[in-house]
Design a protein around this ligand. Structure first.
Ligand SMILES: Nc1nc2c(c(=O)[nH]1)N[C@H]1C(S)=C(S)[C@@H](COP(=O)(O)OP(=O)(O)OC[C@H]3O[C@@H](n4cnc5c(=O)[nH]c(N)nc54)[C@H](O)[C@@H]3O)O[C@H]1N2
Ligand SMILES: Nc1nc2c(c(=O)[nH]1)N[C@H]1C(S)=C(S)[C@@H](COP(=O)(O)OP(=O)(O)OC[C@H]3O[C@@H](n4cnc5c(=O)[nH]c(N)nc54)[C@H](O)[C@@H]3O)O[C@H]1N2
Ligand SMILES: [Mo]
Length: 674
């Protein structure tokens, strides 16, 4: 019999998800194996359950595709053939190449490509210190949230909203452009409580999904047309005299100009543009206004369009028309991240950027394909960490062509041998959240948390910041913050007078694991002031209505929203989760569109956009609104019948504000396989 010495440890899930769960890890110390992950019953948001995917983290932590040693390329780029080398060799050689690139072409020939594979402030943001100390090109991190951020900041200034713990007090809830049962599962218990308390829940989304089925009503909307619906609702609310004149006068600017635009959006015109029946528009508006404590829980779905930021602005301004912010549970919520008022002065070398007379070259990550293939002067050294650009970025054709460049030196720090690692000159094995300490904020609640390293690394895995400190030493960089450990960073971040962080120390975080920010219970933001320059909620300038339009050649709009069993491409190699998603990516096609394109349920078809084509199995379904096809999940490329990911179809066009990604706005057509 094998003796097991099982220890339980509390950790925070590091993944890019609003829930930032508190988890209980069971670890066999004898064999250094993660046996089990469960939800922490003590955490008010996690409430004792983990999501379907994170229960599988043990398989991910010990997966055969986890790199355990530094690897150096032996085959061609894209082949993924490597040999094991020592850390010393890898670091010396990488530092040598970097020195050559910088001497010949200057530091802006170096680019870090990174996102939120971990949300830990040390491994996510502080990893950038090295690049800022070098003077490398800056990556504009636009792939997810910048359009939403811009929309919120221009309207409300402060990036927070209704406390999720107050959701049960809401009397009417619009889940607008969010598939929360996939992407924010820990909201569900709060929604259920609200419903028990009498709230009605309405989902607004172009296709019927798990959240639509949970809601009391699903309103199917044409993708990219939400601004029209929200303006139509604003018009109907004011026509019925249900707007809050006192709130509008006291707390907002620009209402009249906004209403002039709204005036043009008659219910009939809204119906023609959005596909939502005129009487539904009016009914929804009245219901929203009459409930008073009405909540709009939105997310990034409706922002991933050419007019996405403007559309989100019209939507989130509805509670300012009815004064819903003044009622418990009423208002809107996109993100809570602005409430974490940490001292970010030294985070990721922010002070180094601030001290520069001119900012370094900026590269928009949504356009990394173009950047790697067309930017002048070219990027010559690329460091990828916390991200999987070969699969998650638009224009996979350009991204993979760029990564294939023989004159591009590429280092990938990873926990899994992703498709991106196939193009690396060096793959460096990264630790997971169980193996390094870090500080975590959240974007779906108000709890700050601290993780200890609860188990030793697998193999020779090392944290990102360890790698960058080692390279910094080899390059003679003397920036002290580059060499900080996670505790020093955490103390610096907590060193602030902000009342919401008063009394929150690293010692307390270590003792308790997570702490609620000092945000008073029943806090009602935007009832006294907003964080905008005027101190008011800003209706001005009135948002434009910019629609997502198909073309005669590509008459269907492709949506590519998150799958339940994956977290972006993280977990895409976990067999049981792949099976949970049906084993291969499938395309939902409305029966009338199927007829028009000769698509047969269960058969493969070619899906083509102006950028490329992929082969997918078709599922004929009433779920999507007509004219829209849906493929859930950013899958790894391998399970697809043609070995190509969905981003072979998506474009680099940007949002109206925030220069963000537009993943849900791509015109496509279906073709029979030859
Ligand atoms: N299980 C799971 N959870 C995740 C993720 C994951 O991949 N899997 N990803 C995480 C990340 S990084 C993020 S950013 C969040 C994203 O979480 P969400 O914001 O919920 O996801 P989105 O892709 O933005 O899409 C949300 C919904 O918007 C709909 N939508 C698309 N276009 C429109 C439109 O024009 N109007 C309206 N009204 N709806 C539209 C889509 O059909 C989809 O159902 O989720 C996080 N959580
Ligand atoms: N078509 C389409 N494309 C999309 C989306 C969509 O809805 N549709 N969603 C977009 C969105 S919202 C986002 S946020 C992006 C997300 O795209 P990415 O940020 O690339 O997220 P993941 O695909 O989860 O890849 C994260 C990688 O980071 C690695 N990682 C995790 N922790 C660490 C660490 O500590 N160190 C290192 N070195 N590596 C680590 C993981 O192993 C994983 O391979 O994708 C975008 N792409
Ligand atoms: Mo995201």
């Amino acid at each position: 019999m094998v003796l097991m010495t099982v220890r339980k440890a509390r950790v925070t899930c590091p993944l890019d998800c609003p829930d930032a769960c508190s988890l209980i890890a069971s670890i066999d110390e004898e064999s250094n194996t993660l046996l089990k992950i469960e939800g922490d019953p003590r955490h008010p948001i996690t409430q004792g359950f983990a999501c379907v995917k994170t229960y599988r983290y043990p398989e991910r932590n010990h997966h055969p595709l986890r790199p355990l040693y530094p690897l150096r390329r032996v085959g061609k780029k894209g082949e993924g053939r490597f040999e094991r080398v020592s850390w010393g060799t890898a670091l010396d050689e990488i530092a040598g190449r970097l020195r050559q690139v910088i001497e010949a072409h200057g530091p802006e020939a170096v680019l870090p490509y990174h996102y939120a594979g971990t949300m830990g402030l040390m491994q996510y943001e502080h990893s950038l210190t090295f690049f800022r100390a070098l003077g490398a090109s800056e990556l504009q991190t636009t792939i997810c949230a910048t359009a939403g951020r811009e929309a919120w900041v221009r309207s409300y200034g402060d990036r927070y909203g209704v406390d999720p713990e107050d959701v049960p007090q809401a009397r009417f809830i619009l889940l607008w452009g969010i598939n929360s049962l996939h992407t924010h599962t820990h909201l569900t218990p709060f929604l259920k409580k609200a419903r028990q308390n009498g709230a009605r829940i309405v989902h607004i989304d172009p296709y019927e999904n798990l959240t639509s089925r949970f809601a009391d009503e699903h309103i199917k909307i044409r993708p990219g047309s939400d601004a029209a619906l929200a303006y139509g609702m604003a018009r109907a609310i004011v026509k019925a005299g249900l707007h809050d004149v006192d709130y509008i006068t006291r707390m907002t600017t620009g209402f009249e100009a906004f209403m002039q635009v709204a005036e043009e959006w008659t219910p009939q015109r809204v119906e023609a543009v959005t596909g939502v029946a005129a009487e539904t528009v009016e009914r929804l508006a009245l219901e929203f206004a009459q409930a008073r404590a009405s909540l709009i829980r939105t997310s990034y779905g409706l922002t991933r369009h050419p007019g996405g930021a403007s559309a989100l602005r019209v939507v989130i301004l509805l509670p300012a028309i009815t004064g819903a912010w003044q009622y418990p549970g009423g208002g809107a919520l996109l993100t809570t991240s602005g409430a974490f008022a940490l001292n970010r002065r030294y985070l990721g070398g922010a002070h180094l950027l601030a001290a520069r007379p001119t900012p370094p070259r900026q590269v928009n990550m949504t356009q990394i394909g173009s950047a790697l293939t067309a930017l002048e002067p070219p990027i010559r050294a690329l460091f990828v960490f916390n991200s999987n650009p070969a699969v998650v970025a638009p224009r996979s054709d350009l991204v993979q062509k760029g990564l294939q460049r023989e004159d591009l030196f590429t280092v990938v720090l990873e926990q899994a041998l992703t498709e991106t690692t196939r193009y690396a000159d060096y793959v460096l094995p990264a630790t997971t959240f169980l193996e390094h300490p870090d500080l975590y904020t959240a974007y779906g609640h108000y709890y700050l948390s601290w993780n200890e390293a609860v188990m030793p690394p697998q193999g020779e895995a090392r944290p990102n910041t360890w790698v960058f400190a080692e390279l910094g030493r080899r390059l003679g960089l003397d920036e002290p913050t580059l060499y900080w450990d996670a505790e020093t960073l955490a103390r610096s971040l907590l060193d602030t007078d902000h009342p919401w962080l008063k009394g929150i120390t690293l010692e307390r975080l270590k003792a308790e694991g997570f702490l609620r920010l000092n945000i008073p219970r029943g806090f009602q933001p935007f009832t006294e002031r907003a964080g905008t320059p005027s101190g008011k909620v800003q209706f001005d300038p009135p948002p434009q209505v910019i629609l997502t339009e198909p073309t005669p050649e590509f008459p269907l709009i492709l949506l590519t929203p998150p799958a339940k069993h994956f977290l972006n491409s993280t977990y895409g190699h976990i067999e049981r989760l792949v099976q949970g998603e049906g084993g291969e990516p499938t395309l939902l096609v409305h029966p009338e569109d199927a007829r028009a394109f000769g698509a047969v349920d269960g058969a493969w078809m070619r899906v083509r956009s102006q950028h490329g084509s992929v082969v997918r199995r078709v599922r004929v379904s009433e779920a999507p609104i007509r004219g829209t096809v849906v493929l859930e999940g950013t899958w790894w490329e391998k399970p697809a019948p043609d070995g190509k990911g969905i981003n072979w179809l998506t474009g680099e066009h940007l949002t109206d504000m925030g220069e963000g990604s537009t993943f849900h706005s791509n015109p496509v057509r279906l073709e029979a396989l030859d």
